[in-house]
Design a protein around this ligand. Structure first.
Ligand code: ZN
Ligand code: ZN
Length: 111
């Protein structure tokens, strides 16, 4: 088992401008999924955040920032899905990347 893996295997799919995580990079899929659910998914019941197991969270309903309601497990597939034009299928994610490329700063980031 390699312990000194310098290359993080998972990267947040959201542009850095719109992500609260310091690096957006994760070595463990568990941490990666947890970050996505906690930072980029709107859970219908906020108490779900406190659930200990990721599997429990994955079965919960919530909403993508694009407005589509779905369960967490399906949402994780939704946000990594690429359409026929090489763009993200999620309208919100596509828009955020377009803004990011245009150099627009996150308007809700006031820190
Ligand atoms: Zn993120
Ligand atoms: Zn979406």
């Amino acid at each position: 088992m390699r312990t000194h893996d310098s290359q993080p295997r998972f990267k947040c799919v959201y542009p850095r401008t719109f992500c609260s995580h310091k690096t957006g990079k994760f070595n463990r899929q568990y941490d990666f999924k947890k970050h996505l659910l906690h930072s980029h998914f709107v859970l219908r019941d906020y108490k779900v955040i406190k659930f200990k197991s990721l599997n429990q969270k994955l079965g919960q309903e919530g909403q993508c920032m694009c407005g589509m309601a779905m369960i967490a497990r399906d949402w994780l597939n939704h946000i990594i899905d690429i359409d026929g034009f090489g763009e993200y299928s999620c309208a919100d994610l596509k828009e955020k990347w377009a803004l990011h490329r245009a150099g627009v700063q996150n308007p809700s980031d006031n820190t």
